[in-house]
Design a protein around this ligand. Structure first.
Ligand SMILES: NC(=O)C1=CN([C@@H]2O[C@H](COP(=O)(O)OP(=O)(O)OC[C@H]3O[C@@H](n4cnc5c(N)ncnc54)[C@H](OP(=O)(O)O)[C@@H]3O)[C@@H](O)[C@H]2O)[C@@H](O)CC1
Ligand SMILES: [K+]
Length: 493
C-alpha cells in the first residue's frame, strides 16, 4: 500500500475536492469512521472525552463527538483553542450542540475513552502549554486513547515525538497511512492503526505519484524469480559468498545457506587459504573455492559466471579484505551485497569506493544497521530534521545503491527515490547471524535476475515472515529453511 507524506495527503485532499468531494464531506466521513471505531472497539467505556485542537483534526473530533452523542453515549468536548471562523472545523464545532470545556480544566479518568483530536497532519512545532499538559495528564491517568489521524505530538512525516506525545490504543487515519504510522517511535505510539476510507478516490494517486510504500508482496511478487523447467543450475543464479578467516566462517555459511534456500542454483563460498579446512568439513551442497588475492576473485567471477556476490559477513576489515572490496567495486560488474565488515571497510573511504559507480544499473545493495549507517553516512545520521526514509533515500542516491537501512522499522530505498518501510519484523530477528541470512537472501534474488530494489524489499519481507514463523528462541540457522517455505508459498500463489 502507498504511504503518503502529510504534504501528499494535502494534495489528495485538493484533488478529491476537484473530483467533487468537499473537505466538509471528507470531514464528516472522517469523524464518522472515528465514531464507528470507538463504538466497535471500546463498547464498555462509561464516558467519552473528545479533545479538540484548532485545525481540521479538531474538526473531525467535533463530528465524532456529535455522532457518539447521537448514539446515546455521555460525551464531553474539551478544546484548546477555537477553530478559525469560516473554516470547516468551525462549521463542525457549530454543529456540536453539547458543552465545550477549556482543555486546561479537563481531568482524565482511567475508565474514560479519550478521543484525541488535538493535532494531526498539521502539527507544526513541539507541543507546549495547555495541550502538552493535557497530554501529560492523560498519560498519567491511563485512559484508553483513540487518536484521530495521529496521536497528538507524533510527526506524521517522521514518526518522531515533537516535545511530548500521547500513547494511543488505536489510531484511525484516512485514505492511506503516513510515514509516522510506520516509523518508530510513532509506530509504537499509534497502537493499532486503522486506515479508513473517507471517499477520496484512489485515482488521485496517479497524480500524486507517491514514492513510498509499506513493504508488502503486492509491490514485488510479480518480479520474484520463477525458474523455467529447462534451466540448469547456473541459469538459476550462481551466488558467491566471501568467507572470513578460519575462526569466522559461520557467517559466510549462513549467507550461503540462505542463498541456496532462496532458490540460487549454485552457491560457492570463496575462502581464504587458512579457512579452507574449516569450511570443507561443514559444506555439502555448497561449493568451496580458495582465493589468495583479488585477481583470483576476478578470475573466478568471470570463469564461473557468478551472478551475485555477498561480501561482509565475518569477512574481516584488514588490508587484504580492503583490497578485495576495492577490486569488487572497481573491476567487476557483478551485483554485490555489501554487508557487515565490508560496510566498515567501505566507510573508511566511501567516496573513493563509490567513485566509479557513476552510471548504469545500481547493482550494489548496502545493508547497514543503525551503527553502520552512521559510519557510512555520518552527516545524514546526525541530521535530526530528516526522517529515516529521507536519510535512506539520500544515502541511496549518494551511493548509487539500494540501501537496506536495518532496524525494527527497516527502510529500503533506491537511488531513484523509491522507498519502502518494512512492518513484519519481529524482535526474534534481533539475534546473531540474522543479518548474514538477510544478505544471502538478497543475493539469491539478485542472482536470479530480480531487480535490486524489488529483490531487497522481497528479501526483507521474507526474512521478517521467516522470523515470525520461527518465533521465540529462533537462531539464525533456523531462518534459511523458514525463508524457503515463505518464498515457496509466495511463488505458488
Ligand atoms: N487532508 C485530508 O484529506 C483530510 C484531513 N482531515 C483532518 O485534517 C487534519 C489536518 O488538518 P490541519 O491541516 O488543519 O492540521 P491540524 O493537525 O488540525 O493542526 C493545525 C492547527 O494546529 C496548530 N498547531 C500546529 N502545531 C501546533 C502546536 N504544536 N501547538 C499549538 N498549535 C499548533 C496550527 O496552527 P498554525 O501552525 O497555523 O499556527 C493549526 O491551527 C488531519 O490530521 C485530519 O484529521 C480530515 O478532516 C479529512 C480529510
Ligand atoms: K490527533
Amino acid at each position: 500500500m502507498e504511504v503518503l507524506t502529510p504534504k501528499e495527503m494535502g494534495q489528495a485532499d485538493r484533488l478529491a475536492e476537484q473530483a467533487g468531494r468537499s473537505l466538509w464531506h471528507l470531514m464528516q466521513a472522517a469523524g464518522g469512521s472515528v465514531a464507528r471505531e470507538a463504538l466497535a472497539r471500546f463498547p464498555d467505556r462509561r464516558s467519552v472525552a473528545v479533545l479538540c485542537g484548532p485545525g481540521n483534526n479538531g474538526g473531525d473530533g467535533y463530528v465524532a463527538a456529535r455522532l457518539l452523542r447521537e448514539s446515546g453515549l455521555a460525551v464531553d468536548v474539551w478544546r484548546s483553542a477555537e477553530p478559525k471562523p469560516g473554516s470547516d472545523a468551525a462549521r463542525a464545532a457549530d454543529a456540536w450542540k453539547g458543552a465545550v470545556g477549556a482543555l486546561a480544566d479537563f481531568t482524565p479518568q482511567a475508565d474514560m475513552l479519550v478521543i484525541d483530536a488535538l493535532f494531526g497532519a498539521g502539527l507544526a512545532r513541539d507541543l507546549d502549554g495547555a495541550e502538552r499538559e493535557a497530554v501529560e495528564r492523560v498519560k498519567a491517568a491511563g485512559s484508553v486513547v483513540l487518536a484521530v489521524d495521529l496521536p497528538s505530538g507524533v510527526s506524521g512525516s517522521s514518526g518522531e515525538v515533537m516535545g511530548e506525545a500521547l500513547q494511543a490504543d488505536c489510531t484511525v487515519t484516512f485514505f492511506r497511512p503516513k510515514p509516522g504510522h510506520l516509523l518508530y517511535p510513532g509506530r509504537a505510539l499509534c497502537g493499532e492503526v486503522v486506515v479508513a476510507d473517507i471517499g477520496i478516490p484512489a485515482g488521485v494517486l496517479a497524480d500524486i505519484e507517491p514514492q513510498l510504500w509499506a513493504n508488502e508482496p503486492a509491490q514485488w511478487r510479480h518480479a520474484l524469480p520463477r525458474p523455467k523447467n529447462i534451466a540448469h543450475k547456473y541459469q538459476r543464479g550462481h551466488v558467491a559468498v566471501f568467507s572470513g578467516k578460519m575462526s569466522a566462517t559461520g557467517a559466510a555459511r549462513l549467507s550461503a545457506d540462505a542463498a541456496a534456500r532462496a532458490g540460487a542454483g549454485a552457491v560457492t563460498v570463496l575462502s581464504p587459504p587458512d579457512a579452507m579446512a574449516a569450511l570443507a568439513t561443514h559444506l555439502t551442497a555448497t561449493m568451496l573455492h580458495r582465493f589468495d588475492a583479488p585477481e583470483d576473485v576476478l578470475a573466478f567471477i568471470k570463469e564461473r559466471k557468478v551472478h551475485a556476490a555477498v561480501c561482509g559477513p565475518g569477512f574481516g576489515t584488514g588490508e587484504k579484505q580492503k583490497a578485495v572490496v576495492e577490486t569488487l567495486m572497481h573491476e567487476s560488474d557483478v551485483p554485490l551485497v555489501i554487508d557487515a565488515d565490508a560496510i566498515t571497510v567501505l566507510s573508511q573511504d566511501l567516496d573513493c569506493f563509490l567513485a566509479v559507480r557513476n552510471s548504469g544499473e545500481p547493482t550494489l545493495v548496502l545493508t547497514p544497521h543503525e551503527g553502520e549507517f552512521g559510519r557510512l553516512f555520518p552527516d545524514l545520521a546526525e541530521n535530526k530534521t530528516l526522517s529515516k526514509v529521507e536519510r535512506a533515500r539520500l544515502a541511496a542516491a549518494r551511493a548509487k545503491a539500494v540501501v537496506i537501512y536495518k532496524g525494527a522499522d527497516t527502510v529500503i530505498a533506491a537511488s531513484d527515490g523509491r522507498a519502502a518501510i518494512n512492518t513484519n519484523g519481529t524482535v526474534w530477528l534481533a539475534t546473531a547471524g540474522s543479518g548474514d541470512v538477510l544478505a544471502g537472501l538478497v543475493a539469491a534474488l539478485l542472482g536470479q535476475g530480480m531487480p535490486p530494489f524489488e529483490a531487497a524489499c522481497a528479501a526483507v519481507w521474507i526474512h521478517g515472515q521467516a522470523g515470525q514463523r520461527e518465533g521465540f528462541g529462533l537462531t539464525a540457522e533456523d531462518l534459511p529453511q523458514a525463508a524457503r517455505k515463505v518464498l515457496a508459498e509466495l511463488i505458488s500463489r
